[in-house]
Structure formats: structure tokens, C-alpha cells
Write a protein that binds this ligand. Structure first.
Ligand code: SF4
Length: 171
């Protein structure tokens, strides 16, 4: 369900066959991040449900680490940011500083309706209506909150590893 352009999340215009799901990162970035991707999570407001469903991916049932994807404590050790929340005014500077601290090249994922466009807080003067108004976003993962499978699907699509990890068909 994830896409690389926010407008591709809109339903109602094109038919299903025209919906553009997220594609893989370009060759250079895939070479850099394809086997090991480290993300710093930034909670930029919101209700915390997006963080909860992201955290689930680290539990034994999902074991995100087996895909080579890990969350790290320092942005200086990260390849990119996973942002949740609409980016409240009091989180804007912190988000900018965290983004600045990630070494280039870096990627940014906006997870959940709030981070995509403000979600239920859209238009409120205390929020920025999503991460893209503060930092450049490479992947939009929809939901309120997104199901952990939706987040995982977006990450693996972006890394071009969806086929590699396809679950075996039931007998
Ligand atoms: S997108 Fe929905 S679930 Fe996620 S932080 Fe915003 S209100 Fe909460």
C-alpha cells in the first residue's frame, strides 16, 4: 500500500490497475541500504498508535531484524528516519536537527495519516500537516495506524526485497 508520492495515495481517480505502489530505491541507494537498513524513529506528535504498530515489528512474532532492518538510538548511526505524527510545532526543530544529524545519503519514511498529511489534526495551527513540510519524504506508508504488515510491505518494497521474503504458499 505504500507509495513514493503522496498524491498516489488518493483513491477515486485512477482505476486500481493505475495505482502506483512504492518501487525500489535507485541502484546506488539499494547497494547501500539493501542488506542493512538502520532507522531512527521520530515521534512527532500523534496519538502513539503508529509507534505501537511500528514497535510490534521488533517483537519475536515479526522479528524485523531478520530482514536486516533495525531501529537505532542515535541519528548518527542511522541511514534514515521513520517519522510518525503530524509534526507538532514543538517537535519541528527537533525533527530538523535529527534529520541534519543523519549522515547522507539518507531516506525518510512518513508512517501513518498524521505523518503523511496531518491526519485528524490537519489544519490545526499547532501542527505542520505532515513530515514533508519539514523534511523530504521518500516513502509514505498509509493507515491510522498502519497495520504492521503494511509497514513491513512498504519497507521491503523500497528495498526491492519483497519477492525474496515471500511467505511459502500453504499446501
Ligand atoms: S495516524 Fe492515526 S494512529 Fe497514527 S498517530 Fe495519527 S491519529 Fe494516531
Amino acid at each position: 500500500m505504500a507509495t513514493q508520492r503522496r498524491e498516489d495515495l488518493l483513491l477515486g481517480g485512477p482505476g486500481l490497475e493505475e495505482i502506483r505502489l512504492a518501487g525500489a530505491l535507485d541502484e546506488t541507494l539499494r547497494r547501500l541500504f539493501g542488506r542493512s537498513l538502520r532507522l531512527r524513529q521520530v515521534s512527532a506528535g500523534g496519538c502513539s498508535a503508529c509507534e505501537a504498530d511500528t514497535n510490534v515489528l521488533g517483537t519475536i512474532g515479526w522479528d524485523l531484524g531478520r530482514f536486516g532492518i533495525q531501529f537505532v538510538a542515535s541519528p548518527r548511526h542511522a541511514d534514515g528516519l521513520l517519522i510518525t505524527g503530524p509534526v507538532t510545532q514543538n517537535m519541528e526543530l527537533a525533527l530538523r536537527k535529527t534529520w541534519d544529524a543523519v549522515p547522507s545519503p539518507k531516506i525518510v519514511l512518513a508512517v501513518g495519516a498524521c505523518a503523511i498529511a496531518g491526519g485528524p489534526f490537519v489544519g490545526h495551527p499547532e501542527v505542520n500537516d505532515g513530515a514533508a513540510s519539514v523534511v523530504p519524504v521518500d516513502l509514505y506508508i498509509p493507515g491510522c495506524p498502519p497495520h504492521p504488515l503494511t509497514i513491513l510491505d512498504g519497507l521491503l518494497r523500497m528495498l526491492d526485497r519483497l519477492e525474496e521474503h515471500r511467505l511459502p504458499a500453504k499446501p
